[in-house]
Design a protein around this ligand. Structure first.
Ligand SMILES: *[C@@H]1O[C@H](CO)[C@@H](O)[C@H](O)[C@H]1NC(C)=O
Ligand SMILES: *[C@@H]1O[C@H](CO)[C@@H](O)[C@H](O)[C@H]1NC(C)=O
Ligand SMILES: *[C@@H]1O[C@H](CO)[C@@H](O)[C@H](O)[C@H]1NC(C)=O
Length: 169
């Protein structure tokens, strides 16, 4: 069981308004799912030079081969699994994610709410998911595998993708 939750103890001390909610392409019982997670690592005031005083949230040590991909307007990515546990950050364009065994779907626009977690690797999901890019511009993505720390500590807010009001204004 890879998508485990941390103890509720941590959850009770979490101020949900102070964290990042992300849409997660996960898997349960060998089938890809979409969920909205709140990361337990909340925003803090940065004390680092260059960002001091800004809201910043630690994503841990990421690792592995990362890619920057330019998908042509209208591209159809077909059915596939996440190649690794990874952050997919949509910088521009629009992705439409659908599932072979569920009616849940996600529309992810490039930009400030463009970060999702893609965790439905072939070992946990037999059929993966479909992605199309139905906008008139290129969709640019940055794919960054998770490091040894694995899936970030989180609580599941609900099934289905995060909704507008759960994302940054
Ligand atoms: C994340 O979702 C929670 C629960 O709906 C909400 O209280 C919080 O404001 C959201 N965070 C952001 C940054 O929007
Ligand atoms: C899930 O989707 C796959 C791919 O479309 C299909 O072959 C399979 O029969 C589906 N399984 C169920 C339980 O619906
Ligand atoms: C997932 O489903 C595929 C196709 O039906 C099957 O070959 C595989 O053994 C299943 N894996 C698990 C962990 O149930």
């Amino acid at each position: 069981m890879r998508l485990t939750l941390l103890p509720l103890l941590l959850f009770s001390s979490l101020a949900l308004g102070n964290t990042l909610n992300v849409t997660v392409l996960g898997a349960q019982n060998n089938i890809s799912t979409l969920e909205c997670w709140a990361l337990l690592s909340g925003f803090k005031h940065s004390s680092e030079a260059g960002t001091a005083g800004s809201e910043s949230l630690n994503l841990g040590k990421l690792g592995g081969d990362s890619t920057y991909t330019i998908l042509p307007a209208g591209f159809n990515g077909g059915r596939h699994n996440a190649p690794a546990l990874q952050w997919v950050i949509f910088l521009s364009g629009l992705a439409h994610i659908t599932l072979p065994n569920s009616t849940a779907e996600a529309w992810v626009a490039g930009g400030k709410n463009g970060a999702i977690l893609a965790l439905d690797t072939a070992d946990v999901s037999a059929f993966g998911h479909y992605t199309t890019y139905p906008s008139k511009e290129q969709t640019i993505t940055l794919e960054i595998p998770l490091g040894n720390e694995g899936i970030p500590a989180h609580t599941v807010l609900h099934g289905g993708p995060c909704k507008g009001e759960e994302l940054s204004a």
